[in-house]
Design a binder for this molecule. Structure first.
Ligand code: F6P
Length: 546
């Protein structure tokens, strides 16, 4: 491994520190000084209009941030990723989720082999299967048509399809029921299947490794539920279980016919996998054509990220803005606030994408980082948040940069009064970013006749930075564009911080310890080396459970 210089020791980093130290302008000042700011600080990608004018930046800030990106060779690493080089160093893997949405005639090689034909072969197989389920041609063991689809998976094998199913509900086959089971808490599977008829239920077991304990446990229980409901004939499994995985051996070992397995590859990271076979449940829900539109959306942003100059490269700009706040303003978190009910799971999805990728404290060479890395990503749909935690964003002591995502049109299914509520929703959307940016001065509060003792309480300091992402509507393509935008933003930040954004060793220790502790819970077994606190807790648990 090469010895990459620490980013925080680069002159470009120090220049940003100096720039920050000399910072005095407010957003009010910046807008007053530049009447064109609202037009100049906008970037368009596909159907997304991304306004970053309400950020605490000037042309100089942006130029200095781009210099940091150039010094840390973000675009060099980007090109290496698109070329299929093994940029996931600790797992010695290529990082090629972009190949999942490449056109049929593209050539992308891993170890000298073009992977694109295999990608499209799996997409075609998924499409054939999805059509058979949607049309009723694929039946259950007793000959009844499938009406319920239950995806069993966790992390990247759950969050993507579950999020996208919610996001694209108006495009889904409403006559089918979709459920997503992830938690090893038996209540999750219980609630998902308690009102379903096993004869009409298809389980999709989604696991890249096919060793994840939560998924295999739930899949085993689902198998028992199915066999109990269908009279115990093992042959039923073939019609009611399919697998999405990279591990054919384990799939066969579980008892699923590998003819009913949809493959993907080790160069697809779990949190980057939902546009692979992992999206099968979504494809059944929205149909293969809509799924292809989603992939086209991803590709629009891939092409933009690959080719747009730094000045107008949206993932680069968003990534660098995050670095400006995280590394030079001590911001600890980043809020993502969609003003769409359909994006209720979008931030959950981004949490894994961002926090599992960039929650690292050693650099690519294994040296401890001396600079902040990934932020805490959080948020819920906007208007609900307004009546819960926005108080802290407006008047608390923490700087919380936020992304506001909204749409010009409500979904086509809404009509009459429900459709007209959309303007009210969006009035809130625009009002919030305005209030966050420009606040309300004590003078303005006084001018409203507020008693002096309340002026401080009713003052809004403003200067809370936001990005506004606006699109016409939430279509499959727009969803793909949004996800690719965030994927590449996370990439940019990892590249600047010189961390491996594609491994996830931090989830391993808990897994190992859970396996070690389990016998203590089930059999009261003594666990060698267990600390005294955990020993006492386990004893209390066993006592309470009696
Ligand atoms: O949480 C760790 C992790 O490996 C994620 O990266 C992954 O998305 C998830 O577990 C599920 O893994 P699998 O798809 O192999 O079951």
């Amino acid at each position: 491994m090469s010895d990459t210089p620490r980013p925080d020791l680069r002159p470009e980093w120090t220049a940003l520190q100096d720039h920050r130290a000399g910072w005095e302008a407010s957003l009010r000042d910046l807008f007053a000084a530049d009447p064109q700011r609202a037009e100049r600080y906008v970037v368009r990608v596909g159907d997304l209009r991304i306004d970053y004018s309400k950020h605490l930046v000037t042309d100089e800030t942006l130029a200095r941030l781009r210099e940091l990106a150039s010094a840390t060779d973000v675009f060099g690493l980007r090109d290496a990723m698109f070329r299929g080089e093994r940029i996931n160093l600790t797992e010695d893997r290529a990082v090629l989720h972009t190949a999942l949405r490449a056109p049929r005639d593209a050539v992308i090689e891993v170890d000298g082999e073009n992977v694109v034909p295999a990608v499209h072969a799996v997409l075609d197989k998924m499409a054939g299967f999805a059509e058979r389920v949607r049309s009723g041609e694929w039946t259950g063991h007793t000959g009844r048509r499938i009406r319920n689809v239950v995806n069993i998976g966790i992390g990247g094998s759950d969050l993507g399809p579950a999020m996208a199913y919610e996001a694209l509900r108006p495009y889904t086959a409403r006559e089918l029921t979709f459920r997503f089971v992830s938690n090893v808490d038996g209540a999750d599977l219980h609630e998902a299947v308690r009102d379903l008829d096993p004869a009409e239920t298809l389980f999709i077991v989604a696991s890249k490794t096919f060793t994840t304990i939560e998924t295999i446990t739930n899949a085993t229980s689902a198998r028992s539920w199915l066999l109990d409901g269908l009279g115990g004939d093992e042959k039923a499994v073939a019609q009611h279980f399919v697998a999405l995985s990279t591990n054919a051996g384990k799939v066969a070992g579980f008892g699923i016919d590998t003819a009913n397995m949809f493959e993907f590859w080790d160069w697809v990271g779990g949190r980057y996998s939902f546009d692979s076979a992992i999206g099968l449940s979504l494809m059944i829900a929205i149909g293969p054509d809509r799924f292809r539109e989603l992939l086209d959306g991803f590709r629009i942003v891939d092409d933009h990220f690959r080719t747009a100059p730094a000045e107008s490269n949206a993932p680069l700009i968003l990534g660098l803005l995050g670095i400006w706040y995280g590394n030079f303003h001590d911001a600890q978190s980043h809020a993502v606030l969609p003003y769409s009910h359909y994006l209720s799971k979008f931030t959950d999805y981004l949490q894994q994408l961002d926090m599992e990728s960039n929650g690292k404290s050693v650099d690519r060479e294994g040296r401890p980082v001396r600079w902040q890395t990934g932020p805490v990503v959080w948020g819920t749909p906007g208007t609900n948040g307004q009546h819960a935690y926005y108080q802290l964003i407006h008047q608390g002591t923490k700087l919380i940069p936020a992304d506001f995502i909204g749409f010009a049109r409500p979904v086509d299914e809404l009509s009459g009064e429900l459709a007209s509520q959309h303007d009210l929703l969006m009035a809130n959307f625009f009002a919030q970013t305005q209030a966050l940016a420009f606040g309300k001065t004590p003078e303005e509060v006084r001018a409203e006749g507020v008693p002096e003792e309340l002026v401080a309480h009713k003052t809004f300091q403003g200067d809370h930075p936001t990005t506004t992402i606006l699109a016409t509507g939430l279509t499959p393509s727009v969803l793909g564009q949004l996800i690719a935008l965030y994927e590449h933003k996370v990439f940019v930040q990892g590249a600047v911080w010189n961390i491996d954004s594609f491994d996830q060793w931090g989830v391993e220790l808990g897994k190992v310890l859970a396996k070690r502790v389990e016998p203590a819970l089930t059999e009261g077994a003594e666990v060698p080396g267990l600390d005294s606190s955990t020993t006492a807790l386990v004893a209390a648990y066993r006592e309470l459970r009696k």
